[in-house]
Design a protein around this ligand. Sequence first.
Ligand SMILES: [Zn+2]
Ligand SMILES: [Zn+2]
Length: 271
Amino acid sequence: MIPGIHASVAGGLDRALDTLTELGLLCGQIFTSNQQQWKGRSVTAREIERYIGRSITVISHTSYLINLATTDKRVGLLSAATLETELERMNLLGIKWCVLHPGAHLGAGEENGIKKISSTARKILLNSPENTGILYENTAGQGTTVGYSFEQLAQLLELTDMPEKTGICFDTCHAFAAGYDLSSEGAVLETMDKFDDTVGKDRIKAFHINDSKKECGSHRDRHACSGEGLIGLEPLRFLARMPEFTEIPGIAETPGTDSDRAENIEKVVSL
Ligand SMILES: [Zn+2]
Ligand SMILES: [Zn+2]
């Protein structure tokens, strides 16, 4: 894996590039807009110039408010519009992938939720800029969220039916919380084999490397620093060294500051 962190954009999107460079990292994840607001921000000429000229791989994480599976019409319209503008901003910045939480069905049923997410995503991707796409992030399965099982992730990809514009962001904490053991080398191999049989390892375009404060199968999403949770450092190091993931970003979303996260990812993937 290529070591990276979720980097702060306080002071402008280009500040994240400075931070990543200062920390010696080759990739990172940012919010291109406030993740707690519907209203998207526009990017500045300076930000565009810096991003187009960069040598660092950057992915974006979409707003937490987006729920493509919602049963509320207003939220559905806002979610679609927010995802569309995200893809447009990414196009200006030369960012290929954004990470998306698939969504929560809010009582309509998992099957309905998955169908709704895929059909909306497909409509958006059919009209989105050519070099942009979304990565469905596996979830811990909290509440009515879907995308916690490998079967559901496979279904989302299949029904969206846009292979060039979709992929998976694999979050280790979420997979563990969803019931996939990752706490030993053997468990990592077994879980990744299961993923390969169901979804295909080649669909993973990014990892979120987080340890978990909660037990395997707890369905609770609580990130721990690498080596300080119930997964442990060695299995994460083993996963990061798997040859098929050499070119894939491994992003730390662990607690603390940007430099804390850099320290965390360097424990897992030595620079
Ligand atoms: Zn996420
Ligand atoms: Zn999480």
